[in-house]
Every structure is written in structure tokens, then in C-alpha cells.
Ligand binder design. Structure first.
Ligand SMILES: [Zn+2]
Length: 333
């Protein structure tokens, strides 16, 4: 475990500890975000005091992606939710935008560091350890997934970026450099099983003992996972993030019972009923749409952001000792 004192803290203590940074984040939004000042005032919350603390968050309005997008103009391409001064912004990612033009995700130095910290916890949950080698196959380019790559060095892994352009090159790197782990999308992991079978290559006999899937939903679907584990002769775990909030926010542990919130302390998670938007308790076996709130973000923090990810939650004790809730993604609406 990368940060045992954080990752094993009782969940109720985490929520209590998150109240202060949440209130500070709210005050920051009122001070710096034209978008949230207007949105919260329109909902009847004239000040951060009126908006209350973390226990009152359900009373605040949800944030829809299209609302943010609507404030982006050629003159103001980052949108009215931008809080930081231009000189504070050190990186700008794009989200792929399934509908229409991409939108931009600005980050400060501190934001990048928090993303890497959370991402490192999420990936380390899979069981990869310092001193091991991991092959990555992301051609991340403009996308937030690129920020996850720094997490491998943070864990102490030897990172071997190969990209996804050539399966021959990838297989050769596995054969010669003998990595213990690989990180890739579930669909590419499945493609490589087929690719190896067609060529009579012994993928299940390779050095790879852990296959970390991310970037798409589906890596937790039982039949699909069995196919991957048999094809690779390896343990499969998944990780998940959302560009607007953070990369690899969630990472599955060796107990393989869903993804823990690696971004605990940085992001607050809620569940809502997708049709009505009503808050649902984050109880064991609850399901609904995931809603996320930044707790310590600087560039463009989001409050009660609707992810459109439909998840099932587990809060029962996990064999790994991590205390954050676990989720399994069922679909992205
Ligand atoms: Zn666990």
C-alpha cells in the first residue's frame, strides 16, 4: 500500500477530515468562479456560509457538463468556471468530447501533483511494486490519461512506454524486457489475446502477471475478465477516472471486488438517482450515477459534477485493508 496511513483511515474519519478542505474549496469558488457564484446564487445560496459544509452538499445544485461547455467561447475557451490566473496554469488537457468539439481541462502545478498522487495509489492497489517493470500502451496525446504515466514513477516502477501502434513491437518489448505488468484498455487487452492466438504466441506464459485495464468501462464484466485472465495468464484489475475531475481516481485492489477511491481526500464521491438527481446513500450494494466534487483543486474545480457513470458501490470491509468505498462501473450514459 502506497500510503497506508491515508488508505486505511476509517471512512467516517475521512469524511470528517474532508469537511474543512470542502469549505475552503467552496469559499474559493465564491471568490474566483464566476460560473459557481452565479449558479449557487440562483439556487438560493448567496455565500459559502449559506452553502454550509460537506454534510449539506446534497442541497446544492448538480453541475452538468453542458453547462460548463456553454460558457466556453473563442474569447474564453477555458470557460467561466476557471478560477486560477493564467500564470498559474501549467498544463491544459482536452477531453475527447463524444459530442462535438473537445473541451479543455486546465491544471495548476498543485493540481497535477494531486492527480499523480491519487493515480499512484489507484495503480499501486493492483499489487504492482517498486522495482517491477510496467509496459504502457497509451498514446495519450492531448488527453488526461497522460497524467497517469507519472504515477508509475511515483510508485517506483520502471515504466516502459510502448504505445498502441504496433502489436509486434509491444510483444517484442514484453519478450525482451520481461515486465511484470502492463497497462492498457480492456479492448486492446482482448485484441492482443486474439492476436497472440492467431500467431501461436504464448501470451499466458509471458512475464506479465498483472494486467491493469483502464480508459474504457467493461474491464470488470465477469465473463470478459475471465477471458482476459485466461488469455494473459495474469490477474486483471481495473482503474477509472474522468478527465474533468481527475485521472485514475479509482483503482481496483488484489481482492478484485471493485475499484477503491484512490483520490480520497482530493475528491468527494456521491451517488444520485440518475432520473431525478436525488441523492442516494453511499451504502453497500447501492447503485446509481456517480457525482464527484473537487476538495483541493485550483485551476477549474467542479462541484457535484455529474459523471454519467452508472456504478454499483461496495462499502463492506475489503481484504486489502483499504477503507475507501469500491465501485464497479456498469455503463456510461
Ligand atoms: Zn481492497
Amino acid at each position: 500500500m502506497l500510503a497506508p496511513e491515508v488508505e486505511t483511515r476509517p471512512w467516517a474519519e475521512q469524511l470528517a477530515a474532508d469537511d474543512t478542505p470542502y469549505r475552503v474549496q467552496l469559499a474559493y469558488l465564491y471568490e474566483r468562479s464566476a460560473f459557481y457564484r452565479a449558479k449557487l446564487a440562483a439556487a438560493g445560496f448567496a455565500s459559502d456560509r449559506a452553502a454550509g459544509g460537506l454534510a449539506d452538499i446534497e442541497a446544492l445544485p448538480l453541475t452538468e457538463k453542458h453547462e460548463i461547455r456553454a460558457t466556453c467561447t473563442p474569447e474564453d475557451p477555458l470557460g467561466a468556471h476557471l478560477c486560477a490566473a493564467p500564470a498559474e496554469i501549467v498544463r491544459i488537457y482536452s477531453t475527447s468530447g463524444t459530442t462535438g468539439a473537445p473541451s479543455y481541462v486546465p491544471l495548476t502545478t498543485g493540481d497535477v501533483d494531486n492527480w499523480v498522487t491519487a493515480s499512484a495509489r489507484s495503480y499501486a492497489a493492483s499489487g504492482v511494486r517498486a522495482g517491477q517493470r510496467i509496459v504502457s500502451t497509451y498514446n495519450a496525446g492531448p488527453f488526461a490519461a497522460g497524467a497517469a504515466l507519472a504515477a508509475f514513477e511515483r510508485i517506483g516502477l520502471c515504466h516502459i512506454p510502448v504505445g498502441s501502434g504496433s502489436s509486434e513491437r509491444l510483444m517484442r518489448a514484453i519478450e525482451l524486457l520481461r515486465p511484470e505488468a502492463i497497462v492498457l484498455t480492456p479492448s486492446y487487452a482482448a485484441h492482443l489475446v486474439e492476436w497472440a492466438a492467431q500467431r501461436g504466441a504464448d501470451l499466458s506464459g509471458s512475464s506479465v502477471a498483472r494486467v491493469l485495464v483502464a480508459g474504457e468501462p467493461g474491464g470488470g464484466e465477469p465473463a470478459f475478465r475471465t477471458k482476459l485472465e485466461e488469455g494473459w495468464g495474469a490477474r486483471v484489475t481495473e482503474a477509472m477516472g474522468i478527465g474533468d475531475i481527475g485521472v485514475s481516481l479509482w483503482g481496483e485492489c488484489e481482492a478484485q471486488g471493485g475499484m477503491h477511491l484512490g483520490a480520497r481526500g482530493f475528491v468527494h464521491a456521491e451517488l444520485i438517482e440518475p432520473e431525478t438527481g436525488a441523492a442516494l446513500p453511499l451504502d453497500d450494494d447501492a447503485s446509481g450515477e456517480l457525482v464527484l466534487t473537487h476538495l483541493r483543486h485550483r485551476a477549474a474545480p467542479l462541484l457535484r459534477f455529474r459523471t454519467r457513470d452508472h456504478v454499483r458501490v461496495r462499502t463492506s470491509p475489503c481484504g486489502c485493508g483499504r477503507t475507501s468505498p469500491r465501485i464497479r462501473s456498469s455503463s456510461r450514459a
